[in-house]
Ligand binder design. Structure first.
Ligand SMILES: [Zn+2]
Ligand SMILES: [Zn+2]
Length: 225
């Protein structure tokens, strides 16, 4: 803890990104209540990342990725953190989320010889925000895992906001247009903040596979149950 950080904490006490209450200590990143409330996911299906399949079939049975993992359910404190990352430009939150991911990464996904590739933002949204949440999370995760990052995917669809869009709307084929830019690395792990239906992740993986890339896994911070 630097003197400057302590001084800043006195002038403007940092708030918890989970509940926005003031943090007690300057080196605390999430309050004790939010730490206890983190919705960790139990290990489940290695292919889709769900702890249990609702219905009988794996929703990722025909996806272009064969392994998906997320440490959190997209609810409660994890949902607040994703919101803080997406909508309040809280970049230190990206490192906190990356720490949660790195600390609980399954053994099978450790020590990978792969490059992390963020799911690309829609251009209009990136322009509106001025930065890219999934890219920030991927950068933070790369630093934690000691893996390089390549932003080799671009989106060229004109889809509207995914948050709040109906499940059917998000499932619509052709809405998500992703292409590979430049020469992609041979082995990649695709990273996003939230794994919802998997349609965007699938489109990203399909574009990579078509370009001859081996997609090792898709990692996200939170999984919609
Ligand atoms: Zn809190
Ligand atoms: Zn599954």
């Amino acid at each position: 803890m630097s003197v400057l950080a302590e001084l800043l904490a006195v002038v403007a006490p940092p708030s918890c990104p989970g509940c926005r209450r003031a943090l007690m200590r300057a080196d605390e990143r999430l309050c004790a209540t939010c730490v206890r409330g983190l919705p960790w996911l139990l290990p489940g299906c290695a292919r889709c990342g769900l702890p249990v399949h609702r219905g009988s079939a794996c929703p990722a049975a025909s996806a272009a990725f064969s392994r998906a993992w997320a440490p959190m359910a997209y609810q409660g404190v994890a949902r607040q953190l994703v919101g803080a990352l997406k909508f309040r430009a809280a970049l230190p939150v990206a490192d906190l989320m990356a720490a949660h991911m790195a600390a609980t990464l399954p053994v099978a996904l450790r020590g990978l010889d792969a490059v992390l590739v963020p799911v690309p933002p829609q251009r209009a949204r990136r322009r509106a925000r001025g930065y890219d949440p999934a890219g920030c999370l991927t950068g933070a995760l790369g630093r934690r895992l000691g893996l390089p990052v390549a932003t080799c995917l671009v989106r060229s669809d004109r889809a509207g906001r995914q948050v709040g869009a109906g499940w059917r709307a998000r499932q619509e084929a052709g809405r998500i247009v992703v292409r590979v830019r430049g020469a992609p690395p041979p082995r990649v792990v695709v990273v996003d903040d939230v794994h919802t239906t998997g349609a965007t992740l699938d489109a990203c993986c399909r574009a990579l596979v078509d370009a001859g890339v081996r997609v090792v896994a898709v990692l996200s911070y939170a999984r919609t149950l």
